[in-house]
Design a protein around this ligand. Sequence first.
Ligand code: HEC
Length: 123
Amino acid sequence: MKLLPLCLLAVVAGVAVVAGVAGCARKNLTTPELYDAYCTRCHGDRGQGDPRSLTLYPRANLLASPMALRGDRAAIRERIAEGYGPMPAFKRRLDPQEIERLVNYTLQLGHPGHPGHPPKETP
Ligand code: HEC
């Protein structure tokens, strides 16, 4: 029974820590949530890119990305992991499975039925 208060303390501290780093917490995010958290600010919610940066970086439009259009998984994986130009590297922030899911997501951008596309008919 003596251990109980300690356990409680650990739980409370744990909650505080989780709450404290909520901005960086990324466990168990679905792929659309990952994309939203890490990619949307530069690539737009559907991969279309931020219009303000497209003049300077047309490649930020993932819908027109040559590597995505030719289905080059290795190249996309490398871009996400290593970054390129103004795009940061994600290999320290995302684990390999998360990167892999984002490769899939990038390849599907622009396809009908992609989670980035709201369904056409809304009830
Ligand atoms: C800070 C802004 C920024 C963030 C955040 C960002 N990107 Fe990028 N990304 C860019 C820019 C700008 C380019 C184009 C770079 C260039 O051509 O010099 C790019 C290029 C790419 C490319 C290569 C496209 C091509 O054909 O060359 C892929 C793939 C990509 N980003 C995927 C992602 C994914 C997935 C994420 C989220 C994990 C992400 N990016 C996050 C800015 C960003």
